[in-house]
Write a protein that binds this ligand. Sequence first.
Ligand code: ATP
Ligand code: MG
Ligand code: MG
Ligand code: MG
Length: 439
Amino acid sequence: MRLSRYFLPVLKENPSEAQIVSHRLMLRAGMIKQAQAGIYSWLPLGFKVLRKLENIVHEEQIRAGHIPMLMPTLQSADLWRESGRYDDYGEEMLRITDRHGRDMLFGPTNEELITDIFRGHVSSYKDLPLTLYHIQWKFRDEIRPRFGVMRGREFLMKDGYNFDLTKEDALHSYNRHLVSYIRTYERMGLQAIPMRADSGPIGGDDTHEFLVLAETGESEVFYDSKVTDIRLGEREIDYDSVEQCRAVMEEFTSLYARTDETHDEAVFNQIPEERRRSARGIEVGQIFYFGTKYSDPMGATVQGPDGKPVPVHMGSHGIGVSRLIGAIIEASHDDKGIIWPEGVTPFHCGIVNLKQGDAEADAACDQLYAALTAIGLEPLYDDTNERAGGKFATMDLIGLPWRITVGPRGLKNGVVELTSRKTGESVELSPEEAVKKVA
Ligand code: ATP
Ligand code: MG
Ligand code: MG
Ligand code: MG
């Protein structure tokens, strides 16, 4: 992409409404624009990152054997009356009436809708196990939307639902989700620690929240510092293996790590004092096993091996896709701007032309652009007439992992400058070597 043809409305000044760094940087980098309280337009740069995160989520869900689909944002109130949640959910639910006077709602989550799909089409235990998911906009009329996309009212969530014949099978689904979630977050350059949590309006006993440690997080958390040493890394996972998924789940959840809702001082105090930590965290996902909480009242049964109807065991699992962008920026920035992890960066590399209009510099930039594009990378080429300082500031602000700076002086010696956004280190290289380094 050439910057002169792109839409990147960066702000020079810090917007006064932003209280935390991720919100400030997303506004300044021209990623989002507030449409109403807690409702945002995703400008091209923000949209690009959102799509990258969505892709990672899809890839990891499909790898775990879960099936993508898409349910609507608007749901019928009658379904929620069946589960009893229409009245229970409270003021966070946006209720709408259509022209015929029918009660509808903008979905805050989808347990009822998916259970309705399931009961309409699945009748035998032979069709289990089944896990369906989608990535769709949700609406929750949060009392205090704030911190930009971190606590929006309209936000993008991946939500998945497992249907199993037995509790045992459903717990495997739970563990499988836990493993796939950790993998998802790690690919985004994040450490999200599974912590024992409270189930809230979804219901059920077994639940973990995934928390990214950050001072600006809204959750209070308590943990054994040893949990922060655990990584999934590149290990091979067989998602069908009950033993392996359980082992990974135990590895990640055996040490003390809880949110304030389930925190227990007595248990916490058994951890050696130097390892006891209390901190703040951002909830970027949550998994639940809730058994037959929805299948019972909604009649989602299958015919069991003995021919008798059995209510299915279910769980639901959510990732806050749009919130994650804020969490990534909270975890990865400096005073100049965002520092994107490689896996989620909107462009792989920036090209800064120090002397736009200089035939040699322009040609060298065009060649670099072509070479990067040819190997499947997406560069953002600042071909504007802005002065060098301004170009550097924009590149630092939008946080691409690499910047290649091209100017007549370097070209005389056959070199360009390659700068790492993370370390700030620059090296002079031939254009060919610079391309290799970025790849
Ligand atoms: P919170 O405690 O922050 O209100 P929640 O527990 O109500 O979140 P869940 O029902 O567990 O949310 O939804 C799954 C995920 O969706 C959350 O882990 C979070 O990452 C994301 N999410 C929830 N509410 C919002 C919101 N208002 N804005 C952005 N993301 C959200
Ligand atoms: Mg909430
Ligand atoms: Mg929560
Ligand atoms: Mg939650």
